[in-house]
Ligand binder design. Structure first.
Ligand SMILES: N[C@@H]1[C@@H](O)[C@H](O)[C@@H](COP(=O)(O)O)O[C@@H]1O
Length: 235
């Protein structure tokens, strides 16, 4: 395991570090497959990428997850989020997001996983849930999991519903890349900003691997960079 921790003074500096890493990867020809995340943490990161000269025209992107039942015209969907914050502003070669309105969700997951193996991820961007989830892999999810349908916990429903507009109820299930699909990425960049992420990040830094905190699966990965603005972390 190799984990690099970058501590930033201001949350907006996180995007600058991501940009530098991506450029380095690209110079070495190692940004063909790029895994993308959603959530409020990623908004300024994508803004930095959009305002830079980096090109994604040769990049195939995969998003981590999507709510079941929301299509790309729904403002609360991750497909809409990606269009709004990145895809409408930077051209990619291909972009994939799990289809939350697929007729057969199991089949959708299997297809997604197959596509991932066709276009292996060089870099995976990751946020973190307050309960230690990564993508939508909730506590208890097997580290061997691949793309699947996940039932969201009350904690996640509570936190994420605050971001839901239009008084729409938050779906109780989501499609998500599994933990093993995430760990297959050659390089992982985890961004944890704000005090509300302290508990989850400290579970990772504590160094004990447990399915109770899915983020601790990263302890088994060879190349993880953590970008955080949280000071005085207990390890
Ligand atoms: N499925 C996403 C996660 O991939 C993301 O890491 C998390 C954090 O979101 P935020 O950046 O808004 O804190 O939100 C959702 O649950």
């Amino acid at each position: 395991m190799s984990m690099t921790i970058i501590t930033v003074e201001e949350p907006k500096q996180a995007g600058q570090h991501v940009l530098e890493i991506l450029k380095e990867q690209q110079d070495e020809g190692k940004l063909n497959g790029f895994g993308l995340a959603t959530g409020s943490t990623m908004i300024p990161v994508y803004e930095t990428l959009v305002n830079s000269d980096i090109s994604f025209e040769e990049v195939t992107a995969f998003n981590l997850d999507e709510y079941v039942g929301l299509d790309d015209s729904n403002k609360n969907s991750y497909a809409f989020f990606m269009q709004e914050h990145l895809f409408s502003k930077k051209k990619f070669k291909r972009t994939f997001i799990p289809n939350g309105v697929a007729e057969n969700l199991e089949e959708e997951c299997a297809t997604y996983e197959r596509r991932l193996s066709e276009f292996p991820l060089d870099v995976q961007l990751l946020g973190i849930g307050e309960n230690g989830h990564i993508a939508f892999n909730e506590p208890g999810t097997s580290f061997d999991s691949v793309t699947h349908v996940e039932t969201l916990t009350d904690s996640t429903l509570g936190v994420n519903s605050a971001f839901f507009g239009n008084d729409e109820p938050i779906p109780a299930t989501a499609l998500t890349m599994g933990i093993s699909s995430i760990l297959a990425a050659k390089k992982i960049i985890l961004i944890a900003l704000g005090e509300r992420k302290r508990f989850a990040l400290e579970r990772l830094l504590a160094g004990t691997v447990t399915v109770d905190y899915p983020v601790t699966a990263l302890l088994g990965h060879a190349d993880v960079t953590v970008i955080t603005d949280i000071k005085g972390l207990n390890k």
